[in-house]
Design a protein around this ligand. Structure first.
Ligand code: AMP
Ligand code: GLY
Length: 443
């Protein structure tokens, strides 16, 4: 089998590597891929944009791929899956209508209201005066969100009214472009966060083990939000009992409500959850794709062949495959970023030590990297903000993170930055704790 994976992040490298663990997968084509997929046996990078509708379909047809996996939200929201399906190409990933779950926060809120899914109270505004008047009425703490896709950066958790008003003005001032034509103002939820990713064929929905990510750039969960600085799973916060509640109160109602709207959803539903102080889950957001870096911890734990699950989703037969098999133990992932990220940073730094970093208990996933070949041997350089995600595996989280940090220690590039406290909630060895406890723990 050949499979085409669209995207160039750590998530896509993890998907490609996981698919290739099974010998029936002979080749994974990556559009455009990164330095990791360029140097992984069985992967081939094709330089092409992730929204190049015609290029991707031509590639899928000429190579006779079994299906296309679309990793990021952007091409899903732009309708790349619709275009491929209209040409008879099998796709893992929702059509444009289903991708609204992530692409429009207001649309997702409406769907949650219809499905009776627990989430924060909210109101949507497309004018500044209306939004300001609502803020005055509600007070702080309160949360401001640009409606559309803003790469995780369109959200302000405002602890005072002035910050809230500034955030609303920024959104309407055009900071987020199209994504900021309307604003969602949301009740602040206290608690601890967890991510539950679930496979669905539009009828059946099956969760993966829960993960927790660290969104803030700084140790102790401080500083600005990023795409994610590390993650771990299975997250003990999500007990089996809580997972059952997530399934019956959140995941199943989403799929039933999408189906009621005639949306045939195939792919991943990612529920970003706040586990509130009384122990009940509320939805912070939905994403229409695998999380990054959550994927880098959940896929190394998955033993059921990934292509079988994806194929079952495509065929509408997810309900027929046996319960997913999981490797015992824990996974911890630490992201190494370019100095300056999530602000400005330099690219093109040579990365050393990659070969030695991958061991029996670690996997190195590339994100913002590029491979160039001179005299036959590849040189991998930095090419983005989040550069690498190193996942360690172990019997417990201490072992998993010890393995991840040891590997990270073997890798060097100019300006490399990583948090030393990833997984502090579940490790016995870290001294750094969140100083956000009692507010919203950003984990
Ligand atoms: P989102 O892009 O909607 O996931 O929001 C980004 C981050 O902002 C979340 O991971 C939370 O840490 C925080 N956040 C979003 N909505 C709320 C809320 N209603 N209450 C508290 N924190 C929130
Ligand atoms: N790690 C958060 C996300 O993938 O959206």
């Amino acid at each position: 089998m050949k499979i085409l994976v669209v995207g160039n992040g750590g998530r896509e490298h993890a998907i490609a590597k996981t698919l290739l663990r099974n010998p029936v997968i002979t080749q994974v084509l990556c559009v455009p891929g990164n330095g990791g997929t360029a140097t992984t046996d069985g992967c081939q990078n094709i330089a092409m944009g992730v929204k190049d509708f015609t290029g991707i379909s031509r590639l899928a047809l000429t190579h006779g791929v079994s299906f296309v996996v679309i990793g990021p939200e952007d091409p899903l929201a732009a309708g790349v899956a619709d275009s491929l399906r209209s040409q008879g190409i099998a796709v893992f990933g929702p059509n444009k209508d289903g991708a609204q779950l992530e692409a429009s926060k207001a649309w997702a809120k409406e769907l949650m209201a219809e499905a009776n899914i627990p989430t924060a109270q909210s109101a949507s505004f497309d004018d500044l005066d209306g939004a300001i008047a609502y803020l005055d009425q509600q007070g702080a703490p309160i949360v401001i969100k640009a409606d559309g896709l803003a790469a995780g950066k369109g959200v302000t958790v405002a602890m005072d009214l002035e910050t809230a008003k500034d955030a609303v003005k920024e959104v309407f001032g055009g900071k987020f472009g199209e994504a900021g034509s309307s604003v969602l103002i949301e009740e602040f939820m206290a608690g601890r966060e967890a991510s539950v990713l679930a496979f669905t064929d539009g009828k059946t929905i099956r969760p993966l083990v829960a993960a927790q990510d660290h969104k803030r750039v700084g140790e102790g969960d401080t500083g600005p939000n990023t795409g994610g600085m590390g993650a771990y799973g299975p997250a003990p916060l999500v007990t089996p009992e809580l997972m059952k509640t997530v399934e019956t109160k959140i995941l199943e109602p989403v799929i039933q409500t999408l189906a009621k709207r005639n949306i045939d959803y195939c792919g991943i539903v990612y529920a970003g959850l706040m586990i509130t102080p009384d122990g009940s889950p509320k939805v912070v957001e939905f994403n229409c794709r695998f999380g990054d870096p959550e994927t880098q911890v959940v896929l190394p734990l998955l033993e059921t062949p990934l292509h079988q699950i994806m194929q079952a989703c495509i065929d509408g037969k997810l309900g027929q495959i046996p319960p997913f098999q999981w490797r015992s133990g824990c996974a911890g992932c630490v992201v190494s970023a370019s100095g300056g990220y999530p602000g400005s940073y330099e690219k093109g730094k040579v990365i050393m030590g990659l070969d030695a970093a991958e061991t029996e208990s670690t996997q190195v996933f590339h994100a913002g990297t590029k491979s160039t070949s001179s005299d036959g041997s590849p040189t991998v350089t930095t090419d983005g903000g989040r550069v690498l995600a190193v996942t360690g595996m172990g019997e417990d989280f201490d072992q998993a993170f010890a393995a991840a940090y040891k590997s990270l220690g073997a890798i060097a590039f100019d300006g490399a930055y990583y948090r030393r406290d990833i997984g502090y909630q579940v490790r016995s060895t870290t001294e750094i704790k969140s100083d956000h406890a009692g507010v919203a723990e950003q984990d």
